[in-house]
Design a binder for this molecule. Structure first.
Ligand SMILES: [Zn+2]
Length: 91
């Protein structure tokens, strides 16, 4: 029983560390499986992640899209619906 109790105590401690301690930085600074609000956006043309401070952006139908390069932006501009439909199927 004592072993189980200390295991639970350790788990609780570990959880708190992950939640409030240094673990929070690891989660926050992790390289992008997920894209939190204000983080990298995905280029709908080539699928690359585009950091907020680089690349090109365009507002289309009220949503902001980001592009890694001018050529991707031009491709999107030529036929936005094609890339938007592709994105919906993928997700
Ligand atoms: Zn691109």
């Amino acid at each position: 029983m004592e072993g189980l109790f200390s295991l639970l105590l350790f788990a609780a401690f570990f959880f708190l560390m992950m939640r409030f301690g240094c673990g929070a930085h690891i989660v926050h600074g992790g390289h992008g499986q997920h894209t939190p609000a204000g983080g990298n956006d995905t280029d709908p043309v080539c699928g690359m992640e585009v950091p907020p401070d680089s690349g090109y952006s365009k507002v289309h139908q009220g949503s902001l899209y980001r592009f890694c390069s001018r050529s991707c932006l031009d491709k999107f501009d030529a036929n936005p619906q094609q890339y938007l439909d592709k994105g919906k199927e993928a997700s």
